[in-house]
Design a binder for this molecule. Structure first.
Ligand code: SAM
Ligand code: DTB
Ligand code: SF4
Length: 337
């Protein structure tokens, strides 16, 4: 059992094992919060990155991810649409930048990227977002080595490809691809020199052991994924998981705090499910190490807090965000460590 006194987690490691991680996840909350804050303060500033998300191609995906409204196997009523044009997407990126976003994430409901006109447009979108001096992130399913290197050449900052849950629980959630398929894509992304954005979802019916197991896979990657989104399930009507019970906010805090301890320098992204979290629960997530949010009133097919309410929240907490976006509305008193 890990003892809880200050500074026990002071190094960056890549050899965490599941039982050790489970001990951290299950620590008395008050100690877990203290330990994760210490790690966070040692390695990072209290600065939140604002990332806006835009669904470039919605619905009609051939995978059977049981949480997802965009799968052809779900009965969700969503507004499916084919891929938006390059200029429409870049206009959304400009709007997001004007609202203060630093990163623009683009999503395609695809099992895998196919070469052709759509892929060429994706490359133009990446270049266009980078020309706006924003970070560009894409999530579009599996990709080949050649596609990864073209995306790298276009300037892509990061590719998002989540593992979602533990290797053991995976086949309960998705049957149309394997865990190894996901790991292979992540390796191609890394080998092409693109940052890896890889995380998971809590609330799929997994145990705490599964959560530890997912974190084990992530924290044994060397280097750690530069970005780790932690989503809590949005139980969307029409999906296989529509009846799943809402995740308790304390579970989210534990998951974020543990991820912070294991991967001290990664961006830990407090992702889907934020609408269900109280202001106070979000504050605890930030305190324990979350340092990015999806910013803007839509995720992919579900809603998210508004730009304005998030700016108000961050200002109220006194954490820094986008240094290039300071107006009287957003300026916080300078933060001393
Ligand atoms: N098709 C691509 C893929 O799966 O990588 C990109 C889009 S997919 C919607 C991106 C990620 O969103 C998923 O891997 C999953 O982790 C997360 N996600 C999707 N639906 C969700 C939901 N209902 N609740 C929480 N997270 C969700
Ligand atoms: C991630 O980990 N979460 C985002 C982003 N990466 C692509 C997606 C959340 C989707 C939530 C459900 C929806 O809006 O459809
Ligand atoms: Fe397709 Fe991604 Fe949804 Fe799975 S999560 S069904 S791969 S869009």
């Amino acid at each position: 059992m890990i003892k809880s006194n200050n500074q026990i987690f002071s190094e960056i490691r890549f050899d965490w094992d599941r039982n050790e991680i489970l001990d951290i996840l299950n620590m008395p909350l008050i100690n877990l919060m203290w330990e994760s804050q210490n790690v966070h303060r040692k390695f990072n500033k209290y600065q939140i990155q604002l990332a806006s998300l835009y669904s470039v191609k919605t619905g009609g995906c051939e995978e059977d991810c049981s949480y997802c409204s965009q799968s052809i196997y779900s009965a969700s009523e969503i507004k499916s649409h084919p891929q938006f044009e390059v200029e429409e997407v870049l206009e959304r990126a400009r709007i997001a930048k004007n609202e203060g976003a630093e990163r623009f994430c683009m999503g395609w409901a695809w099992r895998e990227i196919r070469d052709g006109k759509s892929f060429e447009s994706m490359l133009k979108m990446v270049k266009g977002v980078k020309d706006l001096k924003m970070e560009a992130c894409v999530t579009a399913g599996m990709l080949t080595e050649e596609q990864a290197s073209k995306l790298a050449e276009a300037g892509l900052t990061a590719y998002n490809h989540n593992l979602d849950t533990s290797p053991e629980y995976y086949q309960n959630i998705i049957t149309t691809r394997t865990y190894q398929d996901r790991l292979d894509t992540i390796k191609r992304v890394r080998d092409a020199g693109i940052n890896v954005c890889c995380g998971g979802i809590i609330g799929l019916g997994e145990t705490n052991g599964d959560r530890a197991s997912l974190l084990e896979v992530l924290s044994n990657m060397n280097p750690h994924p530069e970005s780790v989104p932690i989503n809590s399930l949005v139980a969307i009507e029409g999906t296989g998981l529509e009846d799943k019970q809402e995740v308790d906010s304390i579970q989210m805090i534990r998951m974020i705090a543990t991820a912070r301890i294991l991967m001290p320098k990664s961006k830990i992204r407090l992702s889907a499910g934020r609408e269900k979290l109280s202001k106070e629960a979000q504050i605890l997530c930030f305190q324990c190490g979350a340092n990015s949010i999806f910013y803007g009133d839509e995720l992919l097919t579900t809603s998210n807090p508004s730009f304005e309410s998030d700016r108000k929240l961050l200002k109220e907490i006194g954490v820094l965000f986008n240094k290039d976006f300071e107006t009287s509305e957003t300026k916080c008193s300078s933060y001393e460590r």
